[in-house]
Design a protein around this ligand. Structure first.
Ligand code: 13P
Ligand code: SF4
Length: 304
């Protein structure tokens, strides 16, 4: 089957199955194109919770589908590629976090949604790249334990300096490898360009940014800013929608390394198979789900 035929077949089967197809902003172009909704991790989990459709096909990585299953346990949540993990999420385990908590009993644990359900269950509150600063500011505790992303943690620490921080030393291999030389070169090649960066980038990269935001925040910034050229400090899958929504603007990826292999695993064939078989289904054991849900709900209650 060619690409058009596959996309048509997927759309038809999605209707028959009463399925919502959601895709993260880093998915392959043809996967984003066939989805009902594209967005950042928070927006997609909220859509999954809000929809009245029976089946959610989550084109993203494992922790995202797990968040959907935590928020919407009555729905069938499918992850077309169950092997699509997030290396950063795998850098912390529930046991490791428990051990660190014992050393800092007075700290509040703030866990990035890029984490397993078991780690969320050991946390006090979750955050995403789009609400991390508001979450940190909302907490009465003086001491915050930031898990697992050391770069997001240090970014929050700079923005909310009145707190004391302990950082888990996890990182996103894709964002962490971006080098300052690459940004300096891109800026020299495009002197009028604005640089927007994801908070998973290292602090020296964020120092060079004109705007720091989540993936969906980048669409908003590019749309509303009169500048015509943007250097994009995140995974290159974001280019598809940036270019579609802003045909007169130029978007530059400053490095060849900005590819998340896990985000590229899901193919149209995988989505079709998943809709045909209603597998692989993501579920979370109820005791863990309930505790992880508390951390997610506390986050959702924080005003933006
Ligand atoms: P967003 O929540 O900004 O989409 O980020 C998710 C992610 O995995 C970034 O690497
Ligand atoms: Fe995980 Fe990084 Fe891939 Fe996002 S881009 S899913 S943080 S490895």
């Amino acid at each position: 089957m060619n690409q058009d035929a596959l996309q048509q077949r997927i759309r038809q089967l999605a209707r028959e199955r009463n399925a919502l197809l959601i895709a993260h902003n880093y998915q392959r172009d043809e996967v984003q194109a066939v989805a009902d909704i594209t967005g950042d991790s928070l927006a997609l989990s909220l859509e999954a919770a809000r929809t009245d459709q029976d089946v959610i096909v989550f084109c993203g990585v494992h922790f995202m589908a797990e968040s959907a299953a935590i928020l919407a346990p009555e729905k069938t949540v499918l992850l077309p590629r169950p092997d699509s993990g997030c290396p950063m999420a795998d850098m912390v385990t529930a046991e490791g976090l428990k051990a660190l908590k014992e050393q800092h009993p007075d700290a509040t644990v703030v866990t990035y949604v890029n984490s397993s359900a078991a780690v969320k269950a050991e946390s006090d509150i979750c955050c995403t790249s789009s609400n991390a600063i508001s979450v940190a500011r909302s907490l009465p505790a003086k001491k915050l334990l930031m898990v697992p992303d050391r770069n997001l943690g240090r970014y929050i620490a700079r923005q909310v300096p009145e707190k004391d921080y302990i950082f888990w030393e996890g990182y996103c291999p894709t964002h962490d490898r971006l080098k300052t030389e690459e940004i300096i070169k891109a800026k020299a090649d495009h002197p009028d360009a604005l640089f927007m960066a994801h908070p998973e980038c290292r602090p020296d990269i964020l120092d060079l940014a004109d705007h720091i935001c989540s993936t969906s925040g980048m669409y908003e910034f590019a749309r509303n800013n009169p500048a015509t050229t943007f250097i994009v400090g995140t995974e290159e899958g974001i280019l598809w929608r940036l270019r579609k929504e802003n045909p007169d603007k130029t978007f530059i990826i400053p490095s060849h390394g900005l590819i998340c292999p896990n985000m590229k695993l899901t193919s149209l064939e995988d989505i079709l198979k998943s809709l045909q078989t209603l597998e692989p289904r993501i579920t979370v054991p109820e005791p863990i789900r309930l505790r992880a849900l508390t951390s997610l709900e506390r986050m959702l209650a924080v005003p933006r």
